[in-house]
Design a protein around this ligand. Structure first.
Ligand SMILES: Nc1ncnc2c1ncn2[C@@H]1O[C@H](COP(=O)(O)OP(=O)(O)O)[C@@H](O)[C@H]1O
Ligand SMILES: [Mg+2]
Length: 443
């Protein structure tokens, strides 16, 4: 397949030409049909990305170039009332573009992400998002509409997602609890997004799969956003990509944290953590809980295979309104995704297949009753006995079996994720290995 060479000089050079801070807001940066071109990977850009003389091939983008002034107007000067959320890159504000802004660009609400110039992220993360999201298009990836690169400013404009992030929906204190079927729909949508990335012609490892990066459309269609840490997958015979350890505590796979070896299976682990969050209504790391319950994956995994224990860790806000069979299947899936042996984890396409079947379980009780007939008590004891001796692997991974079932109901509405915890670097990794990163209570 021939790759049409289109220079991106205009895009990147304009980021460095401080004497000309306002690139002509005329048309889309590049317009082409993605299907006929190969995706440009970050490795194709190599070090020239950060130099002044960047000229690369790029196909598949359909992005608009905006000026800071335009995005200021759109977001009412990044007003607090338009604030949507914030992660490691910087604040995100809602805006509205009218149909006069650019020919062909329809009037619509947008979300504008603005680089925090005092933060830890910068041009690299911005460019990574532009390169990946600018070329990848899928119903379960958020659509990047355009960007701005002016002097030191870096901004991104996405389609607006009316229901915000899964983090906000699941953990917000005063919201109605997400019903079981919606949770499974979200899990399936997000899984499809990840499967698409992993199975692309040039596979992509997302690397920062977590509730705050899963955005929800009005009908709860899940879309992955925030590609700032995405990586091209291994090429040729390579089994992994060696990289600095970046990600989020509580979601990152243990082997990636320990070795820096990144594979698609690292994303699968993070998916398992999000699935647990959906099942339990608990955050991946919750410092307000007793020590042994602070890391969701460590605490919950040993309890996933036993229906009796599972019932106790399910989100109390569901009030029992879920399919028991569905919950058991989802728990089994989470258990497999969270295996400490990456090779034993399922692929994302197999996760999608399993989640597809969960829609069919409709045994959701209308009213919850528990009645134990005297004659049944013996058979109940049998099943309790079975559950009390967990599989060997569980014992090995977590010696503590007395985890109990305490729900403290502490939920914190936090739109702004603390940056220091969100992304950690190599330095932090080494420190964490010394402290035992796998126990987030120490991290
Ligand atoms: N397109 C969008 N529509 C609605 N809300 C969004 C959108 N993009 C981001 N947000 C909100 O802003 C938060 C931070 O966005 P994100 O892209 O994850 O930033 P960061 O790269 O700083 O982590 C999200 O968790 C979400 O609450
Ligand atoms: Mg984020």
């Amino acid at each position: 397949m021939t790759v049409k060479r289109i220079t991106w000089r205009s895009l990147i050079l304009s980021c460095y030409m401080t004497e000309n801070p306002s690139p002509k807001p005329t048309k889309k940066a590049i317009v082409s049909k993605q299907s006929s071109f190969q995706r440009i990977s970050m490795t194709d850009l190599s070090s020239s990305t950060l130099s002044e003389d960047l000229s690369v091939s790029l196909a598949g983008s359909n992005l608009y170039v905006f000026t800071v002034a335009e995005l200021r107007v759109i977001t009412q000067n990044f007003s607090q009332s338009n604030f949507l959320g914030e992660g490691g890159f910087g604040p995100v504000h809602k805006g509205f573009i009218d149909d006069k802004l650019r020919p062909g660009l329809k009037a619509q609400p947008v979300a504008v992400k603005l680089l925090d110039l005092d933060g830890t992220q910068g041009h690299r993360e911005w460019l990574t998002e532009v390169i990946f999201l600018g070329q990848l298009r899928h119903p379960h990836l958020v659509k990047l509409i355009g960007y701005c690169c002016e002097e030191e400013h870096r901004l991104l404009a996405y389609e607006y997602m009316p229901r915000g992030s899964l983090e906000n929906q699941l953990f917000r204190r005063y919201s109605v609890s997400l019903p079981w079927s919606t949770r499974m729909k979200i899990a399936l949508g997000a899984a499809k997004g990840l499967a698409f990335l992993h199975e692309a012609e040039k596979p992509v490892i997302y690397r920062d799969f977590k509730a705050s990066n899963i955005l929800l459309d009005s009908d709860y269609t899940a879309k992955l956003s925030d590609f700032g840490l995405a990586k091209d997958g291994p090429e040729g015979d390579d089994t992994h990509v060696s990289t600095r350890v970046m990600g989020t505590h509580g979601y990152a796979a243990p082997e990636y944290i320990m070795t820096g070896h990144l594979t698609a299976a690292s994303d699968v682990y993070s998916f398992g953590v999000v699935l647990l969050e959906l099942l339990t209504g608990r955050r991946s790391v919750d410092k307000t809980r007793p020590h042994r319950e602070q890391s969701l994956a460590e605490w919950a995994r040993p309890q996933l295979k036993c229906p009796r224990k599972l019932g106790r860790i399910m989100d109390p806000r569901l009030e029992g309104q879920y399919s028991e069979t569905g919950a058991q299947k989802a728990a089994q899936l989470a258990y497999e995704c969270l295996s400490h042996r990456p090779k034993l984890r399922p692929t994302m396409s197999s996760v999608v297949k399993t989640l597809e079947t969960l829609k069919d379980y409709v045994d959701i009780p209308m009213v919850t009753f528990v009645y134990t007939a005297p004659g049944e008590s013996d058979s109940n004891k049998e099943s309790v006995k079975e559950c009390d001796s967990p599989p060997k692997e569980l014992k090995r991974e977590n010696g503590n079996q007395n985890y109990g079932n305490r729900h403290h109901g502490h939920r914190h509405h936090r739109t702004k994720s603390p940056k220091s915890q969100s992304v950690y670097s190599e330095t932090a990794l080494n420190q964490n290995i010394k402290n035992g990163l796998n126990s987030p209570r120490k991290a």
